[in-house]
Design a protein around this ligand. Sequence first.
Ligand code: MG
Length: 169
Amino acid sequence: MNKCVFLDRDGVINKDNPNYTFRVEEFKIISGVIDALKLLKARGYFLVVVTNQSGIAQGLYTREQMEECHRYFQDECGNLIDHFSFSPDHPTVSASLSRKPSTLMFEKAIAKFKIDISKSWMIGDRGRDIAPARKLGIKTIQIGDEIEENEKADYMVTGLADAVKIILG
Ligand SMILES: [Mg+2]
């Protein structure tokens, strides 16, 4: 069984952009993120990104453009991410069991990589990142200060480096 840190993408790994991030030139890696992920990797954590990419269903960008961003990040960090799981759906276009706050992206990764939920964490910046992890019994850390009353994370921090400190104790 593997221990895993699930990561939201936008606002956790790269700077969030209200107009969607899909061009490599606009994929700005947040300072300190790569070093923080290296620490998790060194301690044996699987790293799985779970990201809603509804701009694909909405026709704003293509799956290929998203994958180019992911390749760019992998090149920059030395392939630290074990798996990218994404939901292309948007409720106005296509119903989805994958799109967070639903749990299917997590459940598939848990099965595929034999993940031990009791030793795993989710780091996100929105309530909809926290809710599915909580439902599955995964410990949760929220970055930033967006408070959603019913979906409070176990821990609140200002950035990924502080989240990693909590995980590694
Ligand atoms: Mg986010």
